[in-house]
Ligand binder design. Structure first.
Ligand code: SF4
Ligand code: SF4
Length: 292
């Protein structure tokens, strides 16, 4: 058993449906296997899809409190960019490590201005802004890389791979615990994603953030510029339940119901690829795929 004098604090944040709790459980299970006392707490009851979700994981020889005080997180893992920004004050100022998926999930509340072409209220901070604020920043479009591997949901495992380089646990133990939690048919892809995450950190050069040498590397984020990343929304007619939610909430008014009351994209030229329709559809009938 390793010994850690004071608890190590890891904060995992994201939005509902992304897998924050799964990432947190993998870490907590792994810490227990190393013989540590572990305390895990989470808030997800009101999250639904798209709402804020976070989980605190603390481990060490002895851990008394399940929650991480402000400014005391050793590692902050963000599955969504704005959620990561929201929790930055919890990182240790001198040594904290920020690991983030740069994917942006724009909440409906950020699009209250329904005028055509109106900007969203989504966070404006770029990767470069965050690098200036924190001791260590690893930001990557994990979902996009995972989709290239064959399953965008393995993006969380890619982040676990990045996290594995920051905690002193054997890589083999990480792989065993991830395999335990991953659906059986996705274990191979999750193992690949884990290795990609480790490799990304090990070969990471901060200067890469300012270059476009490698498509895997994140560039500074524009607040609402998704055009380079996503294809137009695709609506699965068989799954659409005609609820009209996407039509009502599309800020650009480019969706409508057809004669059968099924949602259709009638004005693709106006679509800003904001993904609001995808996030709000209760039946998962809309998808925006990453461009390859
Ligand atoms: S992604 Fe969806 S909600 Fe956003 S502009 Fe396009 S159709 Fe409308
Ligand atoms: S939100 Fe989903 S189910 Fe409702 S109309 Fe749009 S596509 Fe159909």
């Amino acid at each position: 058993m390793q010994t850690v004098a004071s608890p190590v604090n890891v904060l995992v944040v994201g939005v509902g449906g992304q897998g924050v709790i799964m990432v947190s459980k993998v870490l907590a299970t792994l810490c227990q296997r190393q013989g540590f006392q572990v305390k895990q707490s989470e808030v997800h009851g009101m999250a639904k899809r798209g709402g804020s979700v976070f989980s605190h994981v603390r481990f060490g020889a002895t851990v008394y409190s399940p929650t991480i005080p402000l400014g005391e997180a050793d590692v902050l893992v963000a599955l969504e960019w704005a959620e990561g920004l929201r929790w930055l004050p919890y990182l240790k100022p001198e040594t904290g490590i920020f690991i983030a998926d740069t994917q942006q999930i724009v909440p409906p509340f950020a699009c209250r201005n329904r005028r055509h072409g109106a900007g969203s209220g989504y966070a404006r901070a770029t990767v470069a802004d965050v690098i200036a604020q924190v001791a260590n920043c690893y930001a990557v479009n994990a979902g996009q890389i995972a989709q290239q591997l064959g399953n965008s949901k393995a993006g969380n495992t890619l982040l676990l791979g990045m996290m594995s380089t920051t905690l002193d646990f054997p890589a083999g133990d990480w792989r065993e615990v991830i395999a335990q939690f991953a659906p059986p048919k996705t274990v191979d892809i999750n193992m690949q994603a884990f290795e990609r995450g480790r490799h990304w950190v090990e070969t990471h050069d901060p200067a890469d953030y300012d270059s476009n040498r490698n498509s895997d590397l994140p560039l500074p984020i524009e607040a609402v510029a998704h055009e380079a990343e996503f294809e137009l929304p695709v609506i699965n007619r068989a799954w659409c339940k005609r609820c009209d939610i996407c039509v009502k909430f599309c800020p650009e008014r480019c969706l409508s119901l057809d004669q059968e009351q099924i949602a259709v994209l009638h004005a693709p030229d106006k679509c800003t690829l904001c993904r609001i329709c995808e996030r709000l559809c209760p039946d998962f009938a809309i998808e925006l795929k990453y461009k390859h």
